[in-house]
Design a protein around this ligand. Structure first.
Ligand code: UDP
Length: 427
């Protein structure tokens, strides 16, 4: 049986606040992932503290999500929103705040699971002074992201070596797809331990309403063909490709095509530039009438949009995993996605949707038309997608796999520490 000590773990997500509103100010998949695994692991018997950076003075320092799961916001740098690309210099302060919190609460963690490279650096510092296990999930790999960049950002010279050292030295890295593991081996290092455990989704929340019911609730006419995008406004997400593809759709002429681009912040927030750019393209192509920007989608309506859509499009240039396609599939909606990264793992082309080359406007247009032009096939793809999610991508299943990994690593660490304590017998 486990002692309390053994079951106490910390999830460190400096740049992705698990208690944040999703869909704005960089809050996306990482935030959702950390919150969901945190809550599910707590239900499975772990004591979970999730650490993040406080980004506003009025934010609660501690948010209790469940009896054994809370978000703890530490002050590192100014109490203002800062992009994740600007906060590496505050990480030493984050480490000391973490240690101060441990002291003040008189707690220690058997294991920390860090998220994104900034937190991996924090974890590696903590490992130097604490006998803990470190597990890491990258969420995005600098080396892949920078491949398409015209000019390397300054932070690259810090990020790339940190990502390499992390893989080579910590206890275990979790890849969310076989594709991500292959990228790590090819581009980061051939050393270090990698386990594949996918991301998950809430199969009770998504898929509980029918298309007809969802459309009634949203006021979308039954005869319209609805193409959906959900996510942040970030150039990497490739929304431009989708908009241009819809402009080319053969079904556009019939006049019953609707494009819904969900997500985004209030005006003036950090994703505003990309949102303005996309709106500009929509106007330039004359798609204003058929394009809708409902803003951030939340627990009240996100499941309805997924269920109402005929197809969900994920046109990312690069996607390490991608929660949106599995949420759509859980909602019985087929997915057209770029043939990259984790999307190659979650979407089975011709079975649960279609994979097409990234940035290829013609290919996206043809794929969208194939699905919305054949509603019987749409339903078949949708049913197969739901089945795939139920069997591979529920949060319960994912958290169980993580819990098993944590238990094994904690036990291995204990054995090593015990062995180190044994007096050395002279030969
Ligand atoms: N999301 C949301 N409301 C929005 C836009 C996005 O709840 O208006 C959620 C979406 O449902 C998904 C996450 O944000 O759970 C995005 O995750 P994904 O892995 O697809 O992309 P990332 O943001 O990590 O690049």
């Amino acid at each position: 049986m486990y002692s309390d000590q053994k079951r106490r773990i910390a999830l460190i997500s400096v740049s992705g606040d698990p208690a944040a509103e999703i869909g704005q100010e960089e809050a996306g998949g990482q935030n959702v992932y950390v919150r969901q695994i945190g809550e599910t692991l707590a239900l499975q018997g772990w004591q979970v503290d999730m650490f993040t950076r406080q980004s506003r003075p009025d934010q609660a320092k501690i948010v209790q999500h469940q009896p054994n799961c809370r978000t703890i916001r530490l002050q590192a740098g100014p109490l203002e929103f800062r992009s994740r690309h600007e906060i590496f210099d505050y990480m030493p302060e984050f480490v000391s705040q973490f240690e101060a919190f441990q002291k003040q609460e008189n707690v220690s963690y058997a294991l920390i699971h860090t998220h994104y490279w900034l937190s991996s650096w924090v974890g590696m510092q903590l490992r130097k002074t604490n006998p803990l296990v470190q597990v890491h999930t990258y969420h995005s790999l600098g080396v892949i992201k920078y491949k398409t960049a015209k000019k390397l950002p300054t932070v690259a010279s810090q990020r790339l070596p940190v990502e390499k050292t992390c893989l080579e030295t910590i206890d275990c890295v979790v890849a969310t797809s076989p594709q991500e593991k292959a990228h790590m081996r090819e581009h980061v290092s051939d050393q270090g331990t990698i386990e594949i455990i996918p991301c998950g989704t809430d199969i009770q929340r998504f898929g509980r309403v029918s298309r007809t019911e969802a459309r009634e609730q949203l006021g979308i006419p039954a005869h319209e063909k609805m193409v959906l995008y959900v996510g942040r406004f970030d150039p990497r997400k490739g929304i431009e490709t989708l908009v241009r593809a819809v402009a080319q759709s053969k079904l556009r002429a019939a006049g019953d095509l609707r494009l819904v681009i969900g997500g985004g912040s209030r005006p003036g927030k950090s994703d505003g530039i990309e949102r303005d750019r996309i709106e500009g393209i929509v106007n330039e192509l004359g798609l204003q009438e058929m394009t809708h920007f409902p803003g951030r989608l939340d627990e009240t309506n996100l499941h309805l949009y997924y269920a109402a859509a005929d197809v969900c499009v994920v046109p990312s240039h690069y996607e390490p995993f991608g929660l949106v396609p599995i949420e759509a599939m859980a909602s019985h909606t087929p997915v057209v996605a770029s043939d990259v990264g984790g999307l190659q793992f979650t979407v089975v082309s011709e079975e649960t949707g279609l994979l097409v080359p990234p940035k290829d406007v013609d290919a996206f247009a043809i794929a969208i038309d194939r699905i919305i032009g054949d509603l019987e096939w749409r339903d078949q793809l949708g049913a197969a997608g739901r089945q795939r999610i139920e069997s591979h991508f529920s949060w319960e299943g994912v958290s169980t796999q993580l819990g098993k990994l944590y238990t094994r690593l904690i036990e291995e660490k204990e054995t090593t520490l015990e062995q180190e304590k044994q007096p050395q017998v002279a030969a």
